[in-house]
Design a protein around this ligand. Structure first.
Ligand SMILES: Nc1ncnc2c1ncn2[C@@H]1O[C@H](COP(=O)(O)OP(=O)(O)OP(=O)(O)O)[C@@H](O)[C@H]1O
Length: 236
């Protein structure tokens, strides 16, 4: 993202942000309530338009980026807007949709691969026993796991998680940390929004801190350990 600017109600809620996410980064976006963290990740993914600046995903302008299966997005909460009750398994299986060809019908082998990936994701998220439950009846922490499992099922290269630890009990946080640790070890890229890192802290290789829509501080893990900070901006 270069000069990323988002306006809401005539106000800049993201104000000229430069940010480059490198493959293999585990990047935490930090900052107080209303700092613009969610806006930043949505704008990075091209889910909300920029008023100024540009954002590219794998070198392609976000609006034209088609390889959606390469990026798994875990929003803050389960979107219940449709009001259609779905089981945990159905929600998790929807994470495979972006991998399907729009032109070819699903082959038998695709379906077997889909089933295996969904099973794996349910297992990793500790949801195997809840697969037939209605997703909207689960607790907040369990719904968060469903969303993470949905992203895992898509087997993306990049995971973008918006406040994955918010309202989640300590055990689920530790389980999430273990899952992210595995992903990082497998060379996946992770971008996560957080108020506090908690058990995720040891995994994080870079932090970007926002305030009033601007990057006010950046650290790399080494700089963070040494108590040093890098200059805001960085390559874009
Ligand atoms: N759809 C919207 N319409 C108007 N203003 C919005 C909208 N979405 C976000 N904002 C405003 O933009 C600013 C940044 O919001 P954002 O959700 O990105 O912050 P955040 O850092 O993620 O906060 P939180 O930690 O509370 O989730 C806030 O002042 C918020 O009120």
């Amino acid at each position: 993202m270069t000069g990323g600017t988002v306006r809401r109600d005539g106000r800049e809620v993201l104000a000229g942000v430069d940010l480059r996410v490198e493959a293999g980064d585990v990047l935490a976006v930090l900052g107080p309530n209303g700092a613009g963290k969610s806006t930043l990740v949505k704008a990075l993914l091209g889910l909300i338009p920029l008023a100024a600046g540009r954002t590219e995903i794998y070198g392609v302008p976000a609006a034209r980026f088609r390889a959606r299966h390469r990026v798994g997005y875990v929003p803050q909460r389960l979107p219940m807007g449709g009001g259609v009750p779905a089981t945990v398994r159905e929600v998790v299986a929807s994470g495979r949709v972006a991998r399907r060809s729009r032109l070819l019908p699903a082959l038998f082998t695709d379906r077997a691969a889909d089933r295996a990936a969904v099973d794996r994701a349910l297992r990793t998220a500790g949801l195997t026993g809840r697969a037939r439950d209605s997703a909207h009846l689960l607790s907040g922490g369990q719904q968060q796991r469903v969303l993470i499992a949905r992203a895992l099922a898509g087997e993306p290269d990049v995971f973008v998680l918006d406040e994955p630890t918010a309202g989640v009990d300590a055990r689920s946080q530790a389980a999430l940390a273990a899952t992210l640790h595995e992903l990082a070890r497998a060379g996946r890229t992770v971008v996560l929004v957080a108020h506090e890192l908690g058990p995720l802290e040891p995994l994080v290789t870079r932090t970007v801190e926002l305030d009033h829509g601007r990057v006010v501080r950046e650290t790399t893990a080494r700089a963070a350990t040494a108590g040093r900070t890098a200059t805001p901006g960085g390559p874009a």
